[in-house]
Ligand binder design. Structure first.
Ligand SMILES: C[S@@+](CC[C@H](N)C(=O)[O-])C[C@H]1O[C@@H](n2cnc3c(N)ncnc32)[C@H](O)[C@@H]1O
Length: 204
């Protein structure tokens, strides 16, 4: 069977996938919000970084599966995704959470329209599926959106499977100006990695 290269997908392809998921009544992408192990990892990250009640941006949020974790801890949650269908589903699901705002935005090309600074950023399965040049642009955007000293969490599928080593990703993230503090392995459906990253306190 021919392997699908998600890295070549455009906005229309992502949106089609969400429309098909909707029609078939299935939820496919990402670690689901009922995954207790993953939830514990995220809550610990929030707590270790004193992020309760702070402003968090979730890049490539999809249907914003994890938004309620942040909102229930008092965080102001902003989710961004390129797919209008995913954004609409997320908005509908979160209509009772006034601290959650979802935008349709391209994290590679459009993020410079955001003129807010966030206390932390979260990326579950967004970064790893971009192509190298787009990853570089996205990292620059993410860095610019964050206040100095702000942490960021990247979760991605087995990076080696995509032809890149996690060392190469680490270099890319560091080249964008972030400090990579820790890389953890995480086994969900496949072998994933979690990068704990921070914008330096003394960033310009
Ligand atoms: C694997 S899904 C992960 C969704 C969500 N973070 C989760 O874990 O459930 C990848 C997401 O990236 C979004 N995406 C891909 N390219 C994007 C871009 N350039 N800007 C914003 N979102 C993008 C897709 O629409 C999709 O929702």
């Amino acid at each position: 069977m021919e392997k699908i290269n998600v890295r070549l997908w455009r906005k229309e392809d992502f949106d089609k996938k969400y429309q098909e998921e909707c029609e078939n009544g299935i939820e496919k992408w990402g670690i689901k919000a009922d995954n207790q192990d993953f939830k514990n990892i995220v809550i610990k990250w929030l707590s270790d970084n004193n992020l309760l009640n702070k402003k968090i941006i979730d890049f490539a949020c999809g249907k914003a599966h994890y938004a309620t974790w942040f909102c229930k801890l008092g965080c102001k949650y902003h989710g961004l995704d390129i797919s209008p269908t995913a954004v609409q589903i997320a908005k509908d699901n979160l209509k009772n959470y006034s601290s959650a705002v979802i935008f349709e935005l391209n994290i590679v090309d459009d993020v410079n329209v955001i003129n807010e600074k966030y206390d932390a950023a979260f990326d579950a399965y967004g970064f790893y599926l971009l192509q190298k040049d787009d990853r570089r642009k996205y990292l620059k955007n993410a860095y610019a959106c964050l206040r100095n000293g702000a942490p960021m969490l990247f979760i991605g599928l087995d990076f080696l499977e995509n032809g890149d080593s996690s060392e190469a990703y680490k270099t890319e993230i560091e080249t964008a100006g972030f400090n990579v503090e820790k890389i953890d392995e995480y086994i969900y459906e496949s072998f994933d990695r979690i990068f704990y990253v921070r914008k330096p306190l003394n960033a310009d």
